[in-house]
Ligand binder design. Structure first.
Ligand SMILES: O=C(O)C(=O)CO
Length: 330
């Protein structure tokens, strides 16, 4: 190995690059890239790039895994907006900074949210299953759906995706109410024509409830039996966030009792498994976690995560460090 090669930084790639090959080539120009299959030891790796699917190889990035990774690791650059597969607290304890890809996912995720919202309101899953079974609209006609116009959309979590979805739902004539840990600036509220309400008020007043908040210890099962009981009978539930923000068993019960009339879901508690009570319920419109499944958005996300890898190597910092680490020094 030449002296020059010896001094090149090392990057660990967990997952594959599907679209942004030229962006990744620019990392290979400045660093040696190792993968879990590499025969070289990971010693000396400064940064790791990871994808959602690399969970299958590494499991959760937690304290135990970090203990096994080299001490040189300073940055984990996650390709995705949601980073619940990474224990940020453990990373902070190991002096490792974590980045995600905010904003890159907003349009595509909100678009699928609107698709699920309209599809669930219109009871489309019933007719879609019937036509494929050669039964036209089915032996019993699907119940008539509902129009979005004039209905209240409750947005739980008003980050980039929630705001994007609210703006799109306004175009369908929906009234927007939201609950978020922090209230939006008044000019953003005014632009979105969104009314800030308390959590219980949001549950009680929404005709459709959209989950747009990150999964963490505070939000796991934020919607469960008690919360379903506070909702209007016949509410429609849309989830493009993470399955575990809803207690899936409680959702199945609420659908069975008619408390929830229909649901549009992109995410599930135990992906890729789906609760049998959701699979068997014809009033649930199911999509297999395809919120960002477009060429444009997947490319944008890869490029964003790769730009974090480059910044980590070249400047020793991240473009989009996760908010929990904002106060991290050094
Ligand atoms: O960006 C994310 O967190 C996703 O779930 C993409 O599918």
């Amino acid at each position: 190995m030449s002296a020059d090669e010896g001094s090149r930084p090392k990057v660990l790639r967990l997952g594959v690059i599907v679209h942004a090959h030229s962006a990744w080539a620019s990392v290979e120009e400045i660093a040696d890239v190792l993968t879990p299959k590499s025969t070289n030891p990971f010693d000396g790796c400064v940064a790791a790039y990871r994808t959602f699917d690399s969970f299958e190889v590494t499991g959760k990035i937690d304290g135990e895994l970090l203990d096994a990774l080299p001490d040189s690791l300073r940055f984990i650059c996650h390709n995705g907006a949601g980073y619940d597969q990474v224990d940020v607290h453990a990373c902070t304890a190991h002096n490792i900074r974590v980045s995600n890809t905010p904003t890159a996912v907003d349009d595509a995720t909100a678009d699928i949210g609107i698709f699920l919202l309209l599809g669930a309101l219109r009871n489309l899953a019933v007719g879609m299953a019937a036509i494929r079974a050669g039964e036209w609209r089915g032996s019993t006609l699907p119940a008539l759906g509902h129009d979005p116009q004039g209905k209240v959309l409750g947005v739980l979590g008003m980050g980039g995706i929630g705001r994007n979805m609210a703006a799109k739902a306004r175009a369908f004539g929906m009234k927007i109410r939201y609950y978020n840990r922090t209230r939006l600036e008044s000019d953003i509220e005014a632009e979105l024509e969104a009314e800030y309400v308390g959590f219980d008020e949001l549950l009680a007043e929404s005709d459709v409830l959209s989950l747009n908040l990150p999964l963490n210890a505070n939000t796991r099962h934020i919607i469960s039996q008690k919360e379903f009981a506070k909702m209007k009978k016949g509410i429609v539930i849309v989830n493009t966030a993470r399955g575990a923000v809803i207690d899936e068993a409680a959702l199945v019960e609420a659908l069975d009792s008619g408390q929830v009339s229909s649901a549009g879901l992109d995410v599930y508690e135990q992906e890729p498994s789906v609760h049998p009570g959701l699979l068997s319920n014809p009033r649930v419109l199911l999509v297999p976690h395809m919120g960002t499944w477009t060429v444009e958005t997947e490319t944008k996300m890869e490029e964003w995560a790769i730009s974090n890898v480059r910044m980590a190597i070249e400047e020793g910092r991240l473009r989009s460090m996760v908010p929990e680490q904002r106060d991290m020094r050094g």
